[in-house]
Design a protein around this ligand. Structure first.
Ligand SMILES: [Zn+2]
Ligand SMILES: [Zn+2]
Length: 152
């Protein structure tokens, strides 16, 4: 799993300002919650449940609006799963390509594959289709180790 997630708050403030927004305490609390739960791929509702603990006055609508805003300024990336929920995670600037996701159909947990593994495939696609690839997005659906054990 990833460690030492850091979001440059000054940079975040700047990006928000360019869009005409401020880093309000509520928005800050939402960002902090997402940082604290890095790797969990939380839905807006899950973020809301967490952030409410520190910020009881916050509303779900604020969380929805804020994650959209953070997506808009490229701090967050949205991951749409087959269950119809959107999950969010921080985009790491040092990540050349986004990591891949393993999605368990039973417990809906999301696991990350850190290795890229697609270099060769990309070269072949680029050569054959004359397409310059910038990124890719790969999801694997199946049953996680824990759920397999439970099934036995
Ligand atoms: Zn599972
Ligand atoms: Zn991820």
């Amino acid at each position: 799993m990833k460690n030492n997630v850091s979001v440059d708050m000054q940079e975040l403030k700047e990006s928000l300002k360019q869009k005409g927004y401020k880093l309000t305490p509520q928005r800050r609390a939402i960002v902090d919650t997402i940082i604290k739960n890095e790797g969990k791929h939380m839905t807006a509702e899950e973020i809301y449940d967490e952030v409410k603990k520190d910020c009881p006055e916050i509303g779900l609508a604020t969380v929805y609006r804020t994650v959209l805003l953070l997506e808009d300024i490229n701090l967050l990336s949205r991951l749409d799963l087959s269950d119809g929920c959107s999950r969010y995670e921080i985009i790491h600037e040092d990540e050349h390509h986004r990591h891949h996701h393993l999605i368990c159909n039973e417990c809906n947990k999301v696991f990350e594959v850190e290795e890229d593994l697609l270099d060769e495939l990309e070269h072949r696609v680029e050569n054959k289709y004359k397409f310059k690839i910038k990124d890719h997005n790969l999801k694997f659906f199946g049953t996680c180790d824990e759920c397999q054990k439970k099934n036995n």
